[in-house]
Design a protein around this ligand. Sequence first.
Ligand code: SER
Length: 586
Amino acid sequence: MRAIEIRNKYLNFFKNHGHTIIPSAPLIPENDPSVLFTTAGMQPLVPYLLGEKHPEGTRLTDYQKCVRTNDIEEVGDNRHLTYFEMLGNWSLGDYFKEESISMSFEFLTKELGIPSEKLSVTCFAGDEDCPKDTVSAEIWKKVGIPEERIYFYGKDDNWWIAGEEGPCGPDTEMFYDTGKPACSKDCQPSCNCGKYVEIWNNVFMEYFKDRSGYSKLERKNVDTGLGLERMTMLLQGKETPYDTELFQPVMKYLKKLQQQDYIESRRIVAEHLRSSMMIISDGGRPSNLDRGYVLRRLIRRMIRHLNKLEINLDELSTLIDINVENLKEMYPDLEKNQEIIKNVILEEKDKFVKTLAHGEREFEKEIKRMKEIGRNELTGEVVFKLYDTYGFPPEVTKELAREHDYKVNMKEFDQLFKEHQEKSRLGSEQKFKGGLAEQTQETIAYHTATHLLNAALKKVIGKDAHQRGSNITVERMRFDFNCDHKLTEEEKKQVEDLVNQWIQEGLEVTKQEMKKEEAIKSGAECMFIEKYPDIVTVYSIGNVSKELCGGPHVKNTKELGRFKIKKEESSSSGIRRIKAVLIKEN
Ligand code: SER
């Protein structure tokens, strides 16, 4: 079964079970300050999991484009992908464990034809906070999983929460037995030997955690996630996702071109190419900051491995074409954005080629310095500096050093690199933590202020000024919009005054559900029309602003405090960025 067939089967199955199919949100989250990329299907649904009413009802299903880059350095083994697609179904206060588990079992065994004997499941073992999830285990038994294939684990394995506080609960995970021999007599789903592969995770959000502990939620939700690439690989009996049709055309072309045979490098190129194309297609651009930096690293790592395979970098353009051709049925946007994708990747390639040349010069300088002091080994620090400051890959440093009869202290480098990685991993985990937890009064207020700013810019700059991005923390808001010039002091002041005038007027914020077409016709502002579901929520602020948006928002603009622009600067070509704060006045 091809990946797209699995996706369609999934969506249709849940549609037939009363779910509405909603579109995938973009990879780059709108109005979500806390994450770099969409990392799970539940993420765009956070407001609804927290209690907002979803316009499409209480049963939803979708496929969600996801990017996770915590383990970017591990891509190339046979499991980790930075881009993947997550299939999901949700109950917003509708069905719970019984129906969720029965549907999952039915889908796996009947629709995908997986023999029930190949399935094992895990449930929450219980601890001092929350009891053992015997309810789920009993349901599994009832649908036909024997007791010996039901395992119980603690919070590390069978509990799901996005961050530190928020709705959470036990989950039940389904594992596929690949048929490989057990690594020991204790081999079980939690084991990493590769016999068991996790395929689906159903989270039963029945608790709320805050600083004082756990309490029961009034409205229980279900959130499930099934990784498409992994499922495709298992159903096709393949060892890795790279052996499926999702990657094969690019993998084969790389094999044909390569002068050096490295399977890991081919995988890295194929994976990072798809990932960067998806990110660019959703509006991402390389830079030195946050998500732009992640994209930059993906493209550069891909180029390094093309170099390692000794493939001419001019082939990038053909590689992009091959991927568009292969993936456009699943992601029609790739074809629409083909030229942009190409331009962005090729431009970044040119920059990186220059960086490499620059790094080489720095390297020569270091060697000279070492010679002067009579050493024949480059310290790890030098290798790290070349890597960190000049983007110069350590493998290249090592190779060049060898040519000069120099040794490099890679152990020292590895140590520094590990420390650096740990720091950035903590950084991105910090970012993800916000997901559910950071919906505070402050972020909600900033969210409403974003709508006001959007409206004010239209009045001052012109009605073609549209939102191009937004990022909110508890301390400030950041807003990107298209505009061909730096705002004058006068314009900035006008924008600020307008927003403050609307705040003082105490405008009501109201919410309305309507058909998407009607909403657009009525002049509601939106970022990308095609990604909204058929029925949408529209937030109006008095009669100054009307936007398609999932919320949440304050009830009245009076709650916002005083609006102040802190900075106006260029974000990228044709896009300006405003940083602003709300000041509470007593
Ligand atoms: N939120 C859960 C996960 O990411 C299930 O969708 O695995």
